[in-house]
Design a binder for this molecule. Structure first.
Ligand SMILES: [Zn+2]
Length: 108
């Protein structure tokens, strides 16, 4: 189950995901329902990015230039409320027609 994304809410109200110890912010939502995520460590000039879609595990687009930031991940997780944890919050109506997505994404 390691190849899953965990959705969290940032302290500013934005969305983030955690994947394999790296934290990402939304880069671009795509029409097909997928989302591109960019590494949250901008200060490192990291180009790390992943894509999540309607099926299958997240795709890694670009690798990171640093190690996973487990400390930040732990902090971000600690701020979460219990009722928030599914990527479906981010996605289009389209996903509501396909409940199977909940089995694939968002169950940390
Ligand atoms: Zn990175």
């Amino acid at each position: 189950m390691e190849d899953q994304v965990e959705v969290i809410k940032s302290n500013k109200g934005g969305m983030k995901v955690i994947h394999k110890g790296y934290m990402y912010t939304v880069h671009k939502k795509r029409q097909c329902g997928g989302i591109r995520w960019r590494c949250a460590q901008r200060s490192l000039h990291c180009k790390g990015s992943i894509s999540t879609g309607v099926d299958g595990p997240p795709k890694v687009n670009m690798p990171h230039n640093h190690l996973p930031d487990l400390h930040s991940v732990a902090l971000a997780r600690g701020r979460q409320s219990d009722d928030f944890g599914s990527l479906s919050h981010l996605l289009d109506v389209k996903f509501e027609e396909d409940p199977g997505i909940h089995l694939l994404i968002g169950k940390g």
